[in-house]
Design a binder for this molecule. Structure first.
Ligand SMILES: Cc1cc2nc3c(=O)[nH]c(=O)nc-3n(C[C@H](O)[C@H](O)[C@H](O)COP(=O)(O)OP(=O)(O)OC[C@H]3O[C@@H](n4cnc5c(N)ncnc54)[C@H](O)[C@@H]3O)c2cc1C
Length: 389
């Protein structure tokens, strides 16, 4: 019937392209089996598995597959777009730990894609999103991870924020790969803005304490909330702030260099945030993410130093116009300081041309593979790689 087909895994996609009006929805959420084998150090998940199930299933064996930070996100879209999270600097992206997929391509064939079979397809599904078929099974490499980690946040008053950011950018370049760092502006329930510097040490808490000593010298926090806790606890801490049914205006761009003028613009615009749930988050890439070459997989951001992400979030739909306008204005102001590339899983309302720019030198190869496996663009409700045949 020429209906546009959309594919839903965990249903967490920011742009909402998995669930659109007047389309045929292929909903995979009930395919949610997960198995983890400590002997081979592999885990196999179906596309309806959520991160909390992946984390619990692997931690049951003292292991982990590096993935994201909100436990009700799906492994499916997250893996296909790349997969960033607190383990990435030590273990790589989620997609870097993919060993194979089972995938139904547009011609209706079920194929295996791995390092030895359909290698072009395997290259493309590691960062190229849902462009190449419907993945029905993901096989991952697991890593050892003890149950307890040292993690939390330092909270700073806004009059410390500018200096903090300055020091933060420098510090993050030298940080050990066990350390995941983020800095986020947020607001208290009474509307007081503050800056949080996140610290997650993905090694032994004793080693983490040593690193924390220098982290503590970055500024004068009003609260120090860094404590040992279980990895599983850490992985659910952001759930409450990201409930289902919320409206989002999320936008991200990678950053290759730091211009201190960015902070003035960032803080000035932040002052006009219309809602108290909005955040502005800076994440350090690097570490194991850069162990692979830029063209090793389709994920195009190796070598990018940071990811800057505006997280507009509100519940009442009548506030949408106001929040979206604020988000757009914010990004217009930040444009001179960030790259023109974004992580595909942070796609909001970007155009196809912007998607192409984001994939950089990997884009021509993605188009070639799209031409081979999906020449009619059957799978187009995504960060689309446009076929040229
Ligand atoms: C609150 C929040 C927190 C997030 N945190 C992180 C994070 O920590 N790290 C991170 O990397 N990302 C994060 N993301 C982004 C997340 O990776 C993407 O939203 C991802 O698409 C979610 O996957 P899903 O299966 O839940 O999404 P869905 O909405 O189900 O799918 C998104 C898209 O993926 C494709 N897709 C999904 N399943 C399949 C399949 N089986 N076969 C083919 N195509 C498929 C489709 O194109 C679909 O439109 C977050 C998003 C939100 C909203």
């Amino acid at each position: 019937h020429d209906l546009l087909v959309t594919v839903r895994g965990g249903g967490h996609g920011i742009s909402g392209k998995a669930v659109e009006n007047d389309t045929l929805l292929i909903d995979l959420s009930k395919m949610s089996n997960l198995s983890a084998d400590p002997t081979t150090m592999t885990a196999v998940g179906e596309p309806g598995v959520l991160l909390r199930e992946l984390d619990r299933g692997t931690q049951a064996h003292g292991m982990v597959v590096p993935a994201g930070v909100v436990s009700h996100t799906g492994i499916s879209g997250l893996t296909l777009g790349g997969g960033i999270g607190i383990n990435m600097r030590k273990m790589g992206l989620t997609s870097d730990n993919l060993l194979s997929v089972q995938i139904v391509t547009a011609d209706g064939k079920l194929r295996t894609a791995s390092d030895t079979e359909n290698t072009d397809l395997f290259w493309a599904v590691r960062g190229g999103g849902g462009n190449f078929g419907i993945v029905t099974s993901y096989t991952y490499r697991m890593h050892k991870l003890d149950p307890e980690i040292l993690s939390g946040v330092m909270v700073y008053a806004m009059d410390e924020a500018k200096d903090m950011y300055d020091r933060y950018f420098d510090y993050s370049l030298e940080a050990p790969r066990e350390l995941n760092m983020s800095a986020a502006m947020s607001m208290s329930p009474t509307g007081t803005p503050f800056l949080m510097a996140g610290f997650q040490y993905m090694g032994s808490p004793t080693e983490g304490e040593k690193v924390l000593k220098s982290y503590r010298t970055l500024g004068n926090p009003v609260a120090d909330l860094i404590r040992p806790k279980t990895f599983l606890k850490q992985q659910t801490l952001l759930d409450a702030g990201n409930p289902h049914g919320t409206n989002y205006y999320i936008r991200g761009r990678t950053m290759d260099k730091y211009d201190p003028d960015l902070i003035d613009v960032m803080m000035e615009k932040w002052r006009h945030s219309p809602g108290r749930h909005n955040t502005m988050r800076l994440i350090r890439f690097g570490g194991a993410v850069d162990d692979l070459a830029k063209d090793a997989t389709a994920w195009p951001h190796r070598g990018a130093k940071w990811d800057l992400e505006l997280g507009g979030s509100w519940v009442d739909p009548s506030l949408s116009a106001k929040n979206i306008k604020w988000g757009k204005d914010y990004w217009d102001a930040l444009a001179p300081y960030v790259s023109d590339r974004f992580y595909i899983n942070e796609m909001m309302d970007e155009t196809q041309e912007e998607v192409a720019v984001s994939y950089g030198d990997n884009y021509p190869r993605l188009v070639q593979i799209k031409n081979k496996y999906d020449p009619k663009n059957f799978f187009q409700s995504n960060g689309n790689i446009k076929p040229t045949v």
